[in-house]
Design a protein around this ligand. Sequence first.
Ligand SMILES: [Zn+2]
Length: 98
Amino acid sequence: MKTTVSTRIPKVIEKSLKNQKLFKKDVWGYADTNKHVVVLEKAMGQRTWIEIYLHEHLHNFFPDLPERHVTKLAGILADGIWKKGYRRTAKKTKTRKK
Ligand SMILES: [Zn+2]
């Protein structure tokens, strides 16, 4: 089996997916592999964010990889990153000059 690989870095969009009618079940993210866009729910816990971020990027880079493999890999990678203590920091806000 030949595996399709894309090296194109996706654009990441964070927004509320609560009322998305695109999917039947609740989703925390999705990857549009044709447009190279990863969309993430903006209200996620930090550990979940890491896993969903990796999960959707894996879909982007390996569009043929089965869902169960993407889920497994994203979980393993997220666990490793989390156990090393990596956390998201608050976004820097622009400070006005006086
Ligand atoms: Zn998936």
